[in-house]
Design a protein around this ligand. Structure first.
Ligand code: FES
Length: 330
């Protein structure tokens, strides 16, 4: 995955990332519990450029920040479109948006950031479940425009829960809609698309954990870097044991001791070091930090196996020390 690692320059850029109180120009319920917002700059200015797979942060309250994938057209420099699912078992962020994002209201927006970029390829298999369709929408538009061969399998709880189907039907039989809780249909679609390794093909998947786990299992034999997934909730890491460790913050010039029940992020802040963060769950990439030495116990849901093995960066909100002298560019 050509995930863009945070270099020194990028870290500096992220420290001054774009933010504004964006105006909610429109709000449309496009499926059960799925609200689509169009956001504009308060002064009518162009918004920062983005590419398919990017997301923005929305600071909903002083305590709640959520990430939403951009699902409009990157060519429209004056609008950001996001889809917000009001999940009944959610943690309150999306419900806040549904209740408060009225037309003409403002939403504090930061970013955009992209940890799920579309790598050029002659062929793609896109897999989406539920609101996981949102980052995939601009991807298939770009793949289509580039003349790549591609298919999309898109599942949802029911037909009425699946947004954007009108837009998708324009692509004809490249799209397979799989409404309903019957997982056998999606399972068969995954077997058909992923059962045979295709070296010239990239797989992009976004959706609930069960779907992504099923995709990962079927892609186990695919070449490294072929599979790209984006999670909306942290990946479950079995058997992780936390212990105290030391990490050198090379730019600050101090070494801190991270207790077993604290993160590098929190401990750095405790020591007066300014750190950028958002999700604190290893899913947004805001806290990505360059690793200068030492081996990392990666606990995030962003980096792929190659990126983990390269040990170039880490998400300091969740990842920890594994071995050697851990030194990071902070
Ligand atoms: S703050 Fe989101 S990945 Fe660390």
């Amino acid at each position: 995955m050509s995930h863009t690692a945070t270099t020194d320059t990028a870290a500096i850029e992220s420290a001054v990332e774009f933010e504004c109180d964006a105006i909610v120009e429109s709000r449309d319920v496009v499926a059960d519990d799925l609200l689509v917002l169009t956001l504009r700059h308060p002064d009518g200015l162009p918004l920062p450029e983005w590419a398919p797979g990017a997301h923005i942060d929305m600071d909903l309250t002083p305590e709640i920040t959520r990430q939403y994938s951009l699902c409009g057209s990157p060519a429209d420099r004056f609008a950001y479109r996001v889809g917000v699912l009001n999940a009944p078992d959610g943690r309150g962020g999306s419900r806040f948006v549904h209740e408060n994002a009225s037309r003409g209201s403002t939403m504090h927006v930061r970013g955009p950031r992209n940890h799920f970029p579309l790598v050029p390829s002659p062929r793609y298999v896109f897999i989406a479940g539920g609101v996981g369709i949102t980052p995939i929408l601009p991807m298939i538009a770009e793949a289509n425009e580039a003349g790549s061969d591609w298919t999309l399998a898109y599942g949802g709880r029911s037909a009425s829960s699946m947004g954007f189907t009108d837009e998708l039907t324009a692509y004809g039989d490249r799209i397979t809609l799989l409404p309903g809780d019957d997982i056998s249909a999606m399972s068969a679609a995954l077997d058909e698309r992923l059962g045979t390794v295709r070296p010239d093909t990239l797989v992009y998947a976004c959706g609930p954990e069960g779907l992504l786990t099923a995709v990962e299992a079927r892609c186990a034999a695919w070449p490294a870097g072929a599979l790209h997934v984006e999670r909306f909730s942290p990946k479950v890491i079995d058997g992780a044991v936390d212990s105290e460790f030391e990490v050198e913050l090379a730019r600050t010039g101090i070494t801190i001791t991270v207790p077993a029940d604290r993160s590098i992020f929190d401990t750095a802040q405790d020591n007066g070091v300014s750190v950028l963060g958002s999700c604190h769950e290893g899913i947004c990439g805001t806290c990505e930090t360059v690793v200068l030495s030492g081996e990392v116990d990666h606990r995030d849901s962003i980096l792929n196996d190659e990126e983990r093995a390269s040990n170039e960066t880490m998400m300091i909100c969740v990842s920890r020390w594994k071995s050697g002298h851990l030194s990071i560019d902070l």
